[in-house]
Design a protein around this ligand. Sequence first.
Ligand code: 1CP
Length: 340
Amino acid sequence: MVFIDACFRQETPYTPIWLMRQAGRYLSEYQGVRQKTKNFLDLCANVVLATEVTLQPIEILDVDAAILFSDILLLPHAMGLPLEFVPSFGPKFLDTIKSLEDIKALKRGAYKDLGYVYEIVSNVRSKLDKSKALIGFSGAPWTLATYMLEGQGSKTYSRSKKILYAQPEVAHALLEALSIEIISYLDAQARAGANALMLFDSWAGALELEAYLEFGWDYIQKITKALKTKHPKVPLIVFPKGVGTYLAHLKGDFEVFGCGWDTPLEHAKEVLGDRYVLQGNLEPARLYSQEAMRNGIEHILEVMGKKAGLIFNLGHGMLPDLPRSNALELVRLVREISRR
Ligand code: 1CP
């Protein structure tokens, strides 16, 4: 698999590419399947349909990796927090974590209740071409904790930060409980057939450096260390979004460092050197214009060169109103320009 070889910095015939949120509303085929279920959670739990939408970007875009169709919030939901995806609003937890008692009441071993996720993984793997990789994933503890403390997406993260600074022992209890679940959850995905595992820390950039190291990165290090021991051949990808200025501090047992569009790759390359393969980081909004997109692709490939060390991706997820024709063109161009 070109994608897996590239994760381990082996030379490949071209730079592999996949796109964050490559399955989603910008694809009419996704919308067609989505309409068959009442809500988004039903789609995530439907083995046949979730398999179908996981495979759509492989068939339509010919990307090098599929990513499990699911959501990072299924794990907190399984731990006991009722979750809804409200149309044109987003995820909403009907209960939030307010105290140590609430954390004690969370279900332990909740990953066992997500059997359908592992079924989707193994079903996709059995249908996927041998040359294509399947990525399993989880939210990182800090990002999951923000949703559990805020109840929904946040601009200020004030509830989460209040706990972090005023009751750090409560924050650590929650992050610890999440970390234990995440290790088992990702381990189970790898055992079901996932070829690579990714941790999304989408809201890493909400924290100052010292707080991020203590409440965010430290847990990512523990998780990747545990998984690396269990699955040395499964590459690990971390994506801490918005922490470009902290890079020198972010060391750990993983192969691929995902860069958000806010982190210039020149900078990541300079600070991280050859420590990790980089993944990223085209600003998704560049796909609104063919010219902006082409310039962005050429710049990234020029900075990273044609040697191993890059997995091409967007610097955050596909937006629902991006033209699919440009997503197709993106994959074609990256393959053409990067061919060795
Ligand atoms: O049909 C719909 O409108 C639902 C939209 C949608 C989709 C397609 C949501 C709701 N989640 C997903 C799938 C999803 N989410 C995938 C798999 C598909 C793929 O990548 O192709 C993955 C990996 C995620 C991960 C995810 N969910 C993250 C981390 C990545 C990121 O974007 O930063 C986060 C933060 C979420 C929470 C979430 N789920 C859905 C939304 C709209 C959000 C973000 C809400 C917010 O901004 O707070």
